[in-house]
Write a protein that binds this ligand. Structure first.
Ligand code: NIG
Ligand code: FE
Length: 414
C-alpha cells in the first residue's frame, strides 16, 4: 500500500538521509543502507531504501534530515525497578571493598534498606524521583520501560508504587509497563511467617493489582536468600489465574530449577540466569521464554556471566535490561549494558541490539515495540553513529542525537 494514500500530508513525516536504518525485523538486524522511514501521526507507515520512496510520500509531508546518522527503534528496557526512594552508595562502597551483597542484605541492608526509604516517601516524591529517572532514560534512547514494584512489600504500598508507575508513564514520554514484584523480599513485619506473606501476595496483592488493572505482569525473586521454587510456583500460578503475564528473577546466585517452571507456565522471561542448568535452558527454548541478561548487576556483584553460548546454541532469544535499581545496578542506560554484554558476556553486536529492541519487546509482552515496520509505534532514535557497532564500541559516551516517541520529538534537536 502506498504510505500516504489515505493520510493527509500534513501529519506525515519522512525520515531521510540516514546512513542506515536498523529495523530489527527479519534475519539479523534487518538493516537498510540509506534507508528512509515514513510515519503518519503516531505510527510507522513505510520503511525501505530511500531510493524506493514512493513519489507521493515526497509531496507535502514534513521531512526530517538525519544528516547521515543511524536510525533505530526506540530502546526497550524490559527489566527495571525505577520506583524507589533513597540511595545505597554506602553498600556500593562496601562491596567495592569486598563485602558480599547477601551478607549486607542479611545485616538489614539491601532491598530492606530501600523498602524503609520508599515507605517513608510521599507519593509526590516517588513520582518526582521516578520522573527524573525517566528523563535520564529518554536521553539514553529508551522509549519504553518496565516498572516493577517491590520496594514496599505491603498490599497497599505495592499498589501505591504501581499507581506511581502508571502516573509517571502518563506524564512524560517514556511508556511504563508496571509489573507487580510483591515477592521481592520478606518484609520485616512477616519475619518468621513466610507462608503468611506468600498467602498475602497470592490472595490479596495479585487479585487487587489485577482488578484495579495496575499491572500486566507478576515477577518473583526466586533465588537463594529470596523465595523458593515452591513459593514462586504458588505466586506465578495465582498470577496466571488472574490473566496476568509471569516472569521471574532466577539463578542470580543459585539455580533453584525455576527455568523449567517458567517454561511450564509460558512465562515472558527468566531474568539474570548466571546459574541455569542445561535442562533449564532446553525448557526455556522449547517454550519460547526470553532470557533477560542483566550485565549491570552481574558485573557489579562480581558474578560469572550467564551461559550465553549455551543459550545461543539452544536458540533462546536473549534480551538485555538495565535492571535499574538502587542496589545492584543504579543506571538508566541501556547502551552501557550493551557494552558489557558484548565485551564481558560474549554477545555479538547483533545480539546486543536485538536484546534492547525486538527481544526486549517480547520480554515485555509488547511485541509491536522494538521494530521499525509498518503499523508499529513511531518510537525512533537517531544516533551520532553510522553503524550499529559504534554504540557499544564507544562505551560511556552517549551517542543519542534525537529521540521520537509516538511520532513526536521527545529529546534532541534534529
Ligand atoms: O534485580 N535481584 C533482585 N532485585 C534486584 C536488586 C534489588 C536491590 O538490591 O535493591 C536485581 O538485581
Ligand atoms: Fe531486577
Amino acid at each position: 500500500m502506498s504510505p500516504t494514500a489515505k493520510h493527509s500530508p500534513a501529519d506525515t513525516t519522512i525520515f531521510r538521509n540516514s546512513s542506515m536504518v536498523l529495523t530489527a525485523v527479519g534475519d539479523g538486524l534487518g538493516t537498510i543502507e540509506r534507508g528512509a522511514v515514513v510515519i503518519y501521526d503516531e505510527k510507522i507507515t513505510w520503511v525501505g531504501a530511500e531510493s524506493d520512496l514512493p513519489s507521493e510520500a515526497l509531496a507535502g509531508g514534513r521531512e526530517v534530515d538525519l544528516g547521515g546518522r543511524l536510525l533505530t527503534p526506540g530502546l526497550v528496557d524490559c527489566h527495571a525497578h525505577p520506583v524507589f526512594a533513597g540511595r545505597r552508595a554506602d553498600e556500593f562502597a562496601r562491596r567495592a571493598r569486598g563485602d558480599h551483597y547477601l551478607d549486607i542484605a542479611r545485616e538489614g541492608g539491601g532491598i530492606k534498606a530501600t523498602v524503609s526509604a520508599t515507605r517513608a516517601a510521599s507519593e509526590e516524591q516517588l513520582v518526582e524521583l521516578c520522573k527524573s529517572r525517566m528523563n535520564v532514560a529518554l536521553v539514553w534512547g529508551t522509549t519504553s520501560m518496565e516498572a516493577k514494584s517491590g520496594y514496599d512489600l505491603s498490599v497497599e504500598g505495592e499498589l501505591r508504587l504501581l499507581r506511581v508507575a502508571k502516573r509517571v508513564g502518563e506524564e512524560q514520554p517514556v511508556t511504563l509497563y508496571p509489573t507487580l514484584l510483591g515477592a521481592h523480599a520478606l518484609p520485616p513485619e512477616f519475619a518468621g511467617r513466610r507462608e503468611d506473606f506468600v498467602h498475602t501476595v497470592v490472595s490479596e496483592m495479585i487479585p487487587r493489582a489485577a482488578d484495579e488493572k495496575l499491572a500486566s505482569a507478576v515477577d518473583v525473586y526466586c533465588d537463594e536468600g529470596a523465595f523458593t521454587l515452591a513459593e514462586t510456583r504458588q505466586i506465578l500460578e495465582a498470577a496466571r489465574a488472574q490473566g496476568l503475564s509471569t516472569k521471574a528473577h532466577i539463578g542470580q546466585f543459585a539455580d533453584l530449577g525455576a527455568a523449567q517452571l517458567l517454561a511450564e507456565l509460558g512465562s515472558l522471561s527468566g531474568d539474570h540466569l548466571e546459574q541455569v542448568s542445561r535442562d533449564g535452558i532446553a525448557a526455556m527454548s522449547k517454550a519460547g521464554v526470553v532470557a533477560t541478561m542483566l550485565p549491570g548487576a552481574c558485573v557489579q556483584l562480581k558474578m560469572s556471566p550467564p551461559p550465553v553460548a549455551k543459550l545461543r546454541a539452544a536458540g533462546v532469544a536473549m534480551a538485555i535490561g538495565s535492571d535499574l535499581n538502587p542496589g545492584t545496578s543504579y543506571s538508566e542506560s541501556l547502551p552501557v549494558p550493551m557494552w558489557l554484554a558484548t565485551t564481558h558476556f560474549g554477545m555479538s553486536v547483533e545480539e546486543a541490539w536485538l536484546g534492547v529492541t525486538r527481544h526486549a519487546a517480547r520480554a515485555l509482552g509488547a511485541p509491536d515495540l522494538g521494530r521499525i515496520a509498518a503499523g508499529c509505534p513511531a518510537d525512533l532514535v537517531a544516533w551520532d553513529a553510522e553503524i550499529p557497532a559504534e554504540v557499544p564500541y564507544h562505551f560511556g559516551a552517549n551517542l543519542v542525537s534525537t529521540v521520537w516517541k509516538a511520532g513526536k520529538r521527545a529529546h534532541g534537536t534534529i
